[in-house]
Design a protein around this ligand. Structure first.
Ligand code: 3HC
Ligand code: NAI
Length: 735
C-alpha cells in the first residue's frame, strides 16, 4: 500500500494536531482502492488506485462505504479525502465508459459527500482533473498544493463534465469563468484556483500538514459542512458572452458539437441544483454516446497504446529496460538538427550538436536564440528558463566530442552515401549499446544499419517540422533493431513529450506513404480533372483537416516536396506519375510562401493564400497535355476520393506490416498530419463509414480511374469476415 500522499515525501504531524494523532484508535476499514484511517477525531480517506487514481467503480464503492462507516463513529468530527501516488485524481475511469456506470454512480458519491453531517475536506496534489475535480468540488472544503493543476478536460474526450461539474463549478467560481474552464479544457494552478474561489486554502509547503491544520481549524471553529450545491451562482451568462466564449475556443473546437451541450448544462446551473443536475446528467449521457466522443476516446487510448509493442510480454519488456538517457548528441545543425536540439533541451537533457560547417553552427545558434526569444515574448517561458535551455545546448565541429553521448540522432543532408559514412564513423566512436538514430524521411534505415557493425542499435527517429513543437515521432524499426533499442526510443519519445508510433522501414514509413500514395496523390488528380486548389483545400478543411494539401505544400515549400518525392520514388525504382502540378510549380520557381507564389499567391509579408488564375491556366494546360477533359467536381467527391484513397493505402500499410495496428495509423494521422481528431483517424473513420460501403466505393473508383485504386486485399478479407479495423487490432497481439 502506498502512503497517502507521495511515497517520497516525509511529513511530520503539525504540533497542533498531535493530540488527535496520539489518540489513534487503530480502527481501519479498507477496500482495494480506498483506505480509511482514524487520526483521533479525523477520518482520513485515501484513494489509492494507481497509476492515476481514476475514480473507478471500486473507488466509488470504497468512498461510499468508508463515509457510511465514518458517519457511524461518534468520535469522528471531520473527514479528509486525499490520494496516494503522483496526483489526486485524473478523473473518471475512461475505460469504464463503454459500459453502464453501475452503482454507486458518481452522483451518488457526490451526494453522499455533500449531504454528510460531517464536514469533508479534499486535499489536492498533482492533478485534479474531470471527475477528480468534481469529487473535490462535492467536498465542503478544498486545500490544494500551490502548483497543483485543477481542470475539466472532458471536452477533449467529447463529453461534458457529468458528475456535477457544470453545476458546482459555476457555484464556486461563477458561470463565466466556469464556461471558459470547461470549453478550454485547460487546467489552472492551485494558486489561480484559490484566487478564483475554487479552493479555500493553498499549501505552500507540505500538503498533508496544511490539510491536517485546516481540518483542525474546521473542527475548532465548528464550521460544519458547507454543501456547494446550496450556494447560488453569482453571475449570469447572456448570449453575447456565450457567443464570445464559443468564438474564443472556435479554432480548437472546429467541427465539434460537445461545446453546445456544455453551454446548455452550464446555463442550467442558474436553476435550483436538483433540476440542473438532472439536465446535466441527460446532456452528459448524450455526449457520451456521440460518435465524437467515441472517436476522441479511441484516439486517447490509441496514443497510449502506440507506445507499446504488440505481442511484447512483460518479461521481454523488463529485459528491454533501457539505460538512463541524459546526454544527446545531434549530427547536423540544419533545420531539423536545431529543432531536435530544442526539443531535447526543453526536456532538460544535455545536448551536443555537431556540424562540420562552422557557419551552420552559427546559424543554428541564431535560430535557437530567436525561437526561444519568441517563446519568452509570447509568455510561454521566462527569460531565465530560455537562458538555461540555450546553455544546455553546446556545439562542436569535432565529431569525436560526441563519444560519450547516451544517444545520437543524425540529421545531415538527405544523401545515402553521406549518411552511411556518418553512421560508420559513429559506430566506431560511440560505445555499443548506445542508440544510433537517423532522422531520414526517405532513405532506407536498414541500409544505414548495414553500414555499422552493430545494426541492432540503429533505428529511425522521424521528427516532423518544427521538430521542437510537432507532436508525432515515427520510430522506424528495421529487421535488425533490438527490443532494447526500441525501448530506448520509446523512452526518448516520452522524455520529449512526443506521441510515438513504430513504423516498418518501408516507402515513406506510415504517414508519408499514405499521404503520397493516397491522399495527396488524389488531391493532385482532382485538380487535373477540374477542381481548383482553393476548392480542394476548402473541402478538406471543412471536413476537418487543419489545413488543405495545397496550402500545406505552399507552407513547407514546393521544392522540399519535389526533392523528397524524387528520393522516395528512386528508393522504390518506380516512377512518380502523380505530382505533375507540384513538380511543374517547383520547376518554374513557384516554391510557395517563401517565394510569394506557389499553388497560391501571397502578398509581401502575408500568409494569406490568394487564388491565382495563372495556376489555373497551368493546371488546364497540364490536364489537356494528358488528354484529361476538365469538369465540375463536387466538394463531396473531393472529400470522398481523398479519404477513401487514404484509407485504402492505410489498409495496405497494415497488410505490409509497416504499421502494427490500425489505431497506430490513426495516431500518426491525428497527431502529425492534421486529420480531425474528432473523427478518430482514417481507419476509425473507415469503421464508422462501414467497411462494406468503403470497399464498394473503392471498387467504384477502381473501375472508373484505374489501377492505383486497386482495393487493398485486407479490405476484401475484413469485409468477407464481417470484421473491422477495430477487431483486426484486437487480434494484433497474436499475429
Ligand atoms: N481513466 C482511465 N485510465 C486513465 C485515465 C483515466 N481518466 N487517465 C490516464 N489513464 C491511464 C492511461 O491510459 C495509461 O494507461 P496505460 O499505462 O495502461 O497505457 C496510464 O493511466 C498512464 O497515463 P499516461 O500515459 O497518459 O500518463 P501521463 O503521466 O503521461 O499523463 C494524465 C497523466 C495527464 C493524467 C493523462 O493520463 C490524462 O490526461 N488523462 C486523462 C485526464 C482526463 O481527461 N480526465 C477526465 C476524464 S473524463 C471524466 O472525468 C468524466 C467526469 O466528468 C464524469
Ligand atoms: P539541412 O540542410 O537544413 O541541414 C543539414 C545539416 O547537415 C547542414 O547544416 C550540414 O552542414 C550538415 N552536414 C552535412 N554533412 C555533414 C557531416 N558529414 N557531418 C556533420 N554535419 C553535416 O537539412 P534538414 O532539413 O535539417 O534535414 C536533415 C535530415 O532530416 C534529412 O535527413 C532530412 O530528410 C530529414 N528531415 C527533414 C525534414 C524537413 O522538412 N526539413 C522533415 C523530416 C526529416
Amino acid at each position: 500500500m502506498r502512503k497517502c500522499i507521495q511515497n517520497d515525501v516525509q511529513y511530520t504531524e503539525p504540533e497542533t494536531f498531535l493530540s488527535y494523532a496520539n489518540e489513534m484508535s487503530g480502527y481501519t476499514a479498507e477496500s482495494s482502492t480506498v483506505t480509511f484511517d482514524l487520526l483521533g477525531p479525523l477520518g482520513l480517506i485515501c484513494i489509492d488506485n494507481p497509476p492515476v487514481n481514476a475514480i473507478s467503480h471500486s473507488v466509488r464503492q470504497g468512498l461510499v462505504d468508508t463515509i457510511a462507516l465514518a458517519e457511524k463513529n461518534p468520535s469522528i468530527k471531520v473527514l479528509l479525502i486525499m490520494s496516494s501516488g503522483a496526483m489526486f485524481s485524473a478523473g473518471a475511469d475512461i475505460s469504464e465508459f463503454d459500459h453502464p456506470q453501475g452503482e454507486p454512480s458518481f452522483q451518488k458519491v457526490q451526494s453522499t459527500i455533500e449531504s454528510s453531517p460531517l464536514p469533508v475536506v479534499a486535499a489536492i496534489h498533482g492533478l485534479a482533473l474531470g471527475g477528480g475535480l468534481e469529487l473535490a468540488m462535492a467536498c465542503h472544503y478544498r486545500v490544494a498544493q500551490k502548483n497543483a493543476k485543477l481542470g475539466m478536460p472532458e471536452i477533449t474526450l467529447g463529453i461534458i463534465p457529468g458528475a456535477g461539474g457544470t453545476q458546482r463549478l459555476p457555484r464556486l467560481i461563477g458561470a463565466r469563468a466556469a464556461l471558459d474552464m470547461i470549453l478550454s479544457g485547460t487546467p489552472i494552478s492551485g494558486l489561480d484556483a484559490e484566487a478564483k474561489g475554487l479552493v479555500n486554502e493553498v499549501a505552500e509547503g507540505d500538503l498533508r500538514e496544511a490539510a491536517l491544520s485546516f481540518c483542525k481549524h474546521v473542527v475548532d471553529m465548528q464550521l460544519g459542512p458547507r454543501p456547494t450545491c446550496n450556494r447560488p451562482v453569482n453571475d449570469e451568462l447572456d448570449e453575447t458572452e456565450i457567443n464570445s466564449a464559443l468564438l474564443r475556443h472556435a479554432r480548437a473546437l472546429r467541427g465539434r458539437t460537445t461545446q453546445n451541450l456544455a453551454v446548455e448544462a452550464i446555463k442550467a446551473a442558474s436553476l435550483p441544483f436538483s433540476q440542473g443536475i438532472v439536465i446535466e446528467a441527460a446532456l452528459a449521457q448524450h455526449s457520451l454516446a456521440s460518435r465524437e466522443s467515441q472517436a476522441l476516446r479511441h484516439v486517447f487510448f490509441a496514443e497510449r497504446e502506440s507506445a507499446k509493442l504488440p505481442g511484447l510480454s512483460s518479461a521481454d519488456a523488463k529485459q528491454a529496460q533501457p539505460p538512463a538517457i541524459r546526454r544527446i548528441a545531434i549530427i547536423g545543425a540544419g533545420t531539423m538538427g536545431s529543432g531536435i536540439a530544442m526539443a531535447c533541451a526543453d526536456a532538460d537533457l544535455e545536448v551536443l550538436i555537431h556540424d562540420n560547417d562552422p557557419a551552420a553552427l552559427s546559424r543554428s545558434r541564431e535560430f535557437l536564440h530567436t525561437t526561444y526569444a519568441s517563446s519568452v515574448k509570447r509568455g510561454r517561458i521566462t527569460e531565465s528558463v530560455a537562458d538555461e535551455r540555450i546553455q544546455r545546448i553546446r556545439s562542436t565541429t569535432a565529431l569525436a566530442d560526441i563519444a560519450d553521448a547516451d544517444l545520437v540522432i543524425e540529421a545531415v543532408f538527405e544523401d545515402m552515401d553521406l549518411k552511411k559514412e556518418v553512421f560508420s564513423k559513429l559506430d566506431s566512436l560511440v560505445p555499443p549499446g548506445h542508440l544510433l538514430a537517423s532522422n531520414t524521411s526517405t532513405l532506407s534505415v536498414t541500409e544505414l544499419a548495414r553500414a555499422t557493425a552493430h545494426p541492432e542499435r540503429v533505428l529511425g527517429l522521424h521528427f516532423f517540422v518544427p521538430a521542437h513543437a510537432s507532436k508525432l515521432l515515427e520510430i522506424v524499426r528495421t529487421g535488425y533493431t533490438s527490443l532494447e533499442s526500441l525501448s530506448t526510443a520509446f523512452r526518448v519519445a516520452k522524455l520529449l513529450k512526443k506521441v510515438a508510433v513504430v513504423s516498418g522501414d518501408g516507402f515513406g514509413f506510415i504517414g508519408n506513404r499514405m499521404m503520397l500514395d493516397g491522399y495527396w496523390r488524389e488531391a493532385e488528380q482532382l485538380l487535373l480533372e477540374g477542381a481548383t486548389p482553393e476548392q480542394v483545400d476548402n473541402a478538406l478543411e471543412n471536413f476537418g483537416f487543419a489545413m488543405g494539401p495545397q496550402r500545406v505544400t505552399d507552407m513547407g515549400g514546393n521544392d522540399v516536396g519535389t526533392k523528397a518525392r524524387a528520393q522516395l520514388f528512386k528508393r522504390e525504382s518506380r516512377p512518380d506519375p502523380y505530382f505533375v502540378i507540384a513538380d511543374r510549380l517547383t520547376e518554374i520557381g513557384r516554391l510557395g510562401q517563401k517565394t510569394g507564389r506557389g499553388f497560391y499567391r501571397y502578398e509581401s509579408g502575408s500568409r494569406e493564400a490568394v487564388p491565382d488564375p495563372e495556376v489555373i491556366s497551368l493546371i488546364e494546360k497540364l490536364a489537356s497535355e494528358r488528354g484529361i477533359l476538365r469538369r465540375e467536381i463536387s466538394d463531396q467527391e473531393i472529400v470522398e476520393r481523398c479519404m477513401l484513397s487514404l484509407i485504402n493505402v492505410g489498409a495496405m500499410v497494415l497488410e505490409e506490416k509497416s504499421a502494427a495496428r490500425a489505431a497506430d495509423i490513426d495516431v500518426v494521422w491525428t497527431s502529425g498530419y492534421g486529420f480531425p481528431r474528432h473523427l478518430g483517424g482514417p481507419m476509425f473513420y473507415a469503421d464508422t463509414l462501414g467497411l462494406p460501403h468503403v470497399l464498394e466505393r473503392i471498387r467504384h473508383y477502381y473501375g472508373k480511374l484505374g489501377h492505383y485504386w486497386r482495393p487493398a486485399a485486407l479490405f476484401e478479407r475484413l469485409v468477407g469476415t464481417q470484421s473491422s479495423f477495430e477487431k483486426w487490432d484486437e487480434t494484433s497481439a497474436s499475429r
